[in-house]
Design a binder for this molecule. Structure first.
Ligand SMILES: Cc1cc2nc3c(=O)[nH]c(=O)nc-3n(C[C@H](O)[C@H](O)[C@H](O)COP(=O)(O)O)c2cc1C
Length: 170
């Protein structure tokens, strides 16, 4: 059974989670950034990672996820918001809904990931009445995300994927 871990990552957060997941996968598992990943048809199981942009997967991830047909799949993601927020749930559900119906979803994992400081700086320049202005709440959220993914997040990702491997009978 050929296994793949592939991920889209702009600033490295999702890559770190991908590497943690890869560390519990059996020998012979492949790992690739999604831009370099072989076609999904070459694998029986795909652990697929993305970063959240506008309540869904980033654009690069969306292209690959839509190509996955009739495979066992597990998802993982990072986002700036709280992982137990409605926004996080919707983000994951939006990607689940992109999976072709013949795929079997084996599990999922999501955690916070630090927001690119350039984004925070750009928001700070917006007028206070702008919908994306850096309000005290938003500033606090960015500060909280800054510590993630942390060692506990990576440990949680490993645990979730160990359970997924058991479901796969590996
Ligand atoms: C352009 C852009 C849009 C983003 N949109 C969202 C969003 O809608 N919701 C959210 O929770 N986080 C959002 N984020 C935060 C990222 O999802 C988060 O920092 C993620 O961990 C980045 O992963 P990466 O380091 O693998 O690229 C956005 C970040 C960027 C740069």
């Amino acid at each position: 059974m050929k296994l793949l871990v592939t991920y889209s990552s702009r600033t490295g957060n999702t890559k770190r989670v991908a590497e943690a997941i890869f560390s519990v996968m059996p020998e012979g598992t492949d790992i690739f950034p999604v831009e370099e990943a072989p076609p999904p048809q070459e694998y029986a199981f795909i652990a697929f990672g993305f970063w959240v942009n506008k309540e869904t997967a980033d654009q690069t991830a969306q292209v690959y996820v839509k190509k996955i047909k009739d495979r066992q799949v597990a998802l993982f993601a990072t986002l700036g918001a709280e992982p137990d927020s409605v926004h996080a749930r919707r983000s994951m559900d939006n990607v689940i809904s992109m999976l072709a119906p013949g795929n079997e979803l084996m599990g999922e994992f999501i955690c916070q990931g630090k927001i690119d400081p350039k984004i925070t700086e750009a928001l700070a320049k917006l007028p206070p009445d702008h919908p994306h202005a850096l309000t005290p709440e938003r500033k606090a959220r960015h500060a909280k995300a800054a510590g993630h993914p942390n060692e506990q997040d990576l440990q949680n990702a490993r645990t979730v994927y160990r359970v997924i491997l058991r479901r796969l009978g590996i």
